[in-house]
Design a protein around this ligand. Structure first.
Ligand SMILES: Nc1ncnc2c1ncn2[C@@H]1O[C@H](COP(=O)(O)OP(=O)(O)OP(=O)(O)O)[C@@H](O)[C@H]1O
Ligand SMILES: O=P(O)(O)OC[C@@]1(O)O[C@H](CO)[C@@H](O)[C@@H]1O
Length: 307
């Protein structure tokens, strides 16, 4: 089972505004509400590939109830811990540019932290746990490390999709998959990643620190995969980007879902990139059919052979 854990979920309130003017009254042409938070996005996309998934994390209030109802409608299992605080609403403003305003997180008491760690203790070596998104500031910065240590003892595969201090602290701990974008990877090593070769060089450093699979997404410039004995590059398909929210999460979901179906690494990487692009080309997260249309446009090159 692919478990996802979203410490800081959200309702994503998408507002399309034709020509946004700061400091003025703007009227939106279309608005949408979606459940958000990186782990929840991963669960929503994984379930579209018919792979079993369950969303964990914190949730509360009327916004939390909306997220649970939405997941129920999509037949996605969830087991959130109730914080009795209103889950945040993140505004995604789409105009000539995309602007995001993400709310702060809930106050998570020590008791609630323990409750989540107790849930993690029930996972087994057949499970994968995706730790995704920001940590609310009330949580200790090593909370993902605490969860990862438990998982490593139980043989649970850990996937991390986070950035900054939370990501830095995870390095050195055995991880199954990391998917930084090229900016996040650059920040980790204080360098600028401006080519696929540089992305592969720094992804290799993550593999040397104990990460089994690293995917570096580079937006419209393709993606790089580095694992124990493989260095691959994938182009991205042509298309109009409508929405980048959840595109990175979709790469994780596509890659993990394909591995669950025992596809090869190359195919899983191809699925990951196709899934990311399929979401980038839609208003909401992609469907399985959107991914299948794009698959044949993504070519995998073996960088170790100079391709
Ligand atoms: N211009 C584009 N054309 C085609 N696909 C794209 C484009 N931009 C992004 N994507 C798809 O989205 C994936 C993730 O994009 P990106 O590298 O920006 O990651 P990210 O920053 O983690 O994403 P997010 O915006 O969700 O945080 C890419 O690997 C690709 O599949
Ligand atoms: O504030 P965080 O946790 O870093 O990111 C949260 C978020 O921006 O990430 C998802 C897209 O990846 C959205 O659904 C959500 O609003």
């Amino acid at each position: 089972m692919i478990y996802t854990c979203t410490m800081n979920p959200s309702i994503d309130y998408i507002m399309n505004v034709e020509a946004f003017e700061a400091g003025d009254l703007n009227r939106a042409t279309q608005t949408y509400f979606y459940p958000g938070g990186k782990g929840i996005n991963v669960s929503r996309v994984v379930s579209r590939f018919d792979v079993p998934t369950k969303a964990l994390g914190y949730n509360g209030g009327f916004t939390g109830a909306f997220i649970k109802e939405f997941l129920d409608k999509e037949k996605i299992q969830h087991q959130f811990i109730d914080t009795s605080q209103t889950t945040r609403i993140n505004v995604k403003l789409k105009s000539t540019e995309e602007t995001e305003i993400n709310g702060p997180g809930a106050e998570i008491s020590e008791e609630l932290q323990k409750e989540l760690l107790d849930q993690i203790k029930l996972l087994s070596n057949k499970d994968t746990l995706v730790l995704a998104g920001s940590l609310p500031s009330s949580l200790p910065t090593d909370f993902y490390v605490q969860m990862t240590s438990l998982c490593n003892k139980q043989g649970v595969k850990v996937v991390a999709d986070t950035s900054g201090g939370a990501l830095e602290q995870l390095l050195g701990h055995p991880l199954f998959l990391l998917k930084p974008n090229h900016h996040e990877l650059g920040e980790l090593f204080n360098v600028t990643i401006d080519s696929k070769e540089k992305a592969a060089e720094y992804a290799q450093k993550l593999v040397d620190k104990g990460v089994e699979h690293v995917i570096v997404s580079m937006g419209g410039q393709g993606a790089v995969y580095v694992g124990q004995n493989k260095k691959l590059y994938a182009n991205v398909p042509e298309g109009k980007v409508k929405n980048s929210v959840g595109a990175g999460d979709s790469v994780v979901a596509g890659f993990l879902s394909a591995l669950e179906k025992e596809e090869t690494l190359e195919t899983a990487f191809q699925y990951g990139v196709a899934t990311g692009s399929a979401t980038a080309f839609q208003d909401d997260l992609c469907k399985k059919e959107d991914v299948e249309i794009l698959l044949s446009q993504i070519h995998i090159y073996n960088m170790s052979k100079g391709e």
